[in-house]
Design a protein around this ligand. Sequence first.
Ligand code: ADP
Ligand code: ZN
Ligand code: ZN
Length: 733
Amino acid sequence: MAEYAGIIINNDSVQVDKPFTYKIKEEFKSNISLGHRVKVPFGKGNRQVEGFVIELYDSLNKSNDFRMKSISSLIDNEPILTDNDLKLILFMRKRYLCKYIDAIRVMIPPGIMRGGREKTKSSVFFVLKDKGLLRENYSKALDIIEKNSGLYTKTELNKFYNISMYTINKLQEKGFVEIKDVQVQRVDNRVFENYEKRILNEEQTLALNKIVNSQYRVFLLKGVTGSGKTEIYMNLVEKTIKNNKSALILVPEIALTPQMIERFKGRFGPDVAVFHSRLSDGERFDEWFRVKEGRVKLVIGARSAIFLPFKDLGLIVIDEEHEATYKSEMSPRYNTKEIAEYKSILNSCKVILGSATPSVESYYRALNEEIELVEIKKRANAKAMPDMHIVDMREELRVQNKSMFSRLLYSKIDDRLKKGEQIILFLNRRGFSSFVSCRKCGFVFKCKHCDVAMTYHNNGFLTCHYCGVSEKIRKTCPSCGSIYVKHFGTGTEKVENEIKRLFSNARVLRMDVDTTRSKNSFEKIYNDFKNKQADILIGTQMISKGLDFENVSLVGVIAADMSINMPDYKASERSFQLITQVSGRAGRGEIGGDVIIQTYNPENYTLNYIKNNDYEGFLREELPLRKAMNYPPFSKLLLIGISSKFENELIDFAKKLGSELSSLLEDYGNLEILGPCPCAIQKIKEMYRWQILIKGEVNEIIANIIKERVYDFSKDVYNNIRIILDVNPNSLI
Ligand code: ADP
Ligand code: ZN
Ligand code: ZN
């Protein structure tokens, strides 16, 4: 029996990020196991704090234990973390350079961490008893209660069935009903329209069989938009549930994918758990236990659902696997796909990565046969892909059209409004960064060293925020000599005003961060548009996700350059994905569709491959570029983000840390240190931001050496300076 336990204290400090050894009192020895949550005395004052048992030992190899503290109590009867959870915690700490407690916290919902409890209500139960001479109005009420025994409180019975309080109390007095506490399920029990099973077409059948029969564990399911990937997921889920195992469907963001829930609940009934970070603590508590106790077999969730305590996980689907939301931007900065793969090893289950436009990294892995590629090339209902048009905005300038709509887009909008068909206008807008380009020839100012667009600053300078090189903005274009050199930027609101000015009768909806701030606002806009309450939907990234509108026959991409020229090495990849996704919104119903992409740079290779729907072609150009610049998937990036309220102190520290790391990494020839330099967004919420980027073969061992050194080096400034470490960050903005 174990005598000692290694315990992780529930505390944020880096200094306590290690197991502390405690003695196990006699009374707990037979109960305690790995993963138990305990109370222990901690620190000089021996304050009682929460901790987690991650190690158990029979003896200590070091000296004696006579001053060692003991565990005070076990918080739960059973361990809250499973053996697999403990493995995952170690995996995450090593891979993402996070603290133990960060990893533990994503596995246990906050409702439980804060000592949450089940919610109960006092429900009215029917008691079987001879009614005898019960008066008629009592006996009528009793009939209703019999049918709804245990479902409602007195107040609810009164509200729903108009039974008076007096009547219920009388019935209780006479012993015909009794009041008992029952647990309330704080879960969404809405019933959805039945989503009928489709007969798979030939391509779908082949894809499904390939997945089912393959020896591979991880699959990249690449299917054009509308190819019916969801139907394949559903078939796999059905098989999984038949085998008495659980299935997990991950989507980029629950609020943005109402259709997924509609369809799955419509097919598998209401017993589908939905899990995401916008649930209340209580709701998350209930869903967590529903999963832990095996009361639901299917979960649809956002990335945090990957940590749910499944009993026997049989399938993980990651839909729209290329989406950036699968990488967490908060500690632990994990990559959901990596966690899914690790879990699939622990559970020996399959992982399906689905997308019309896979991430370059997943596709590269498929090319290298690390994962298996499964393709669907045709739309499920044999509908044609939309017609793609690229419009040269320089040409518009030449004919004196200075509006944000090209002549083609204007006339198509006009046409669709007349026909009563719907239109989506898309504008990519992220962060605050903007680039500078020539409106006459399309030239974009880029950093020669890093091949990313330089960022415009109000002080008249352009900066590369990968390496820090900075130069004064030129008034004329170095390529064609024109004076139409301008920084780029327009918002959805501006587009909306312009539409209202040009098409005063059009009914317009706008979907962006401003209009979707409140709960359910996204769903309302989505439903209004679906129910044809509006002609035009103007939106950002949000509208690119799995929305299936039958009546949309025109998609306009207002300014493709805004995504192509993001200051990010993934700008082309993201543009391909985003523009293809929005284009896929056109022509999903009986009517065909047009997609109009406006740009000042029509020669851009990405746009041309988008036009031809040629993802392989795009990759054949993109991969060598990545290789030449040594960006992922050919390298790893480790971002060290440093921020502070005190600018001078920050700059001073960043520079010192930079040289410290340079000398540390001298011996590792294949690592490059970029910076320190200011981030693209130099200040957020009063915090100045700098970064150091390490590029190359940053394997786990080296990454952990760097981590140790960074924390060691920053011990003395810890109060004023905040440091984050991010392995293969999403974006460098
Ligand atoms: P994806 O997720 O690949 O973009 P969906 O799963 O949304 O595609 O499918 C697109 C449309 O085709 C949906 O309306 C779906 O109901 C329909 N569909 C899918 N598979 C079939 C099939 N085998 N037969 C008929 N319709 C199908
Ligand atoms: Zn020019
Ligand atoms: Zn640079």
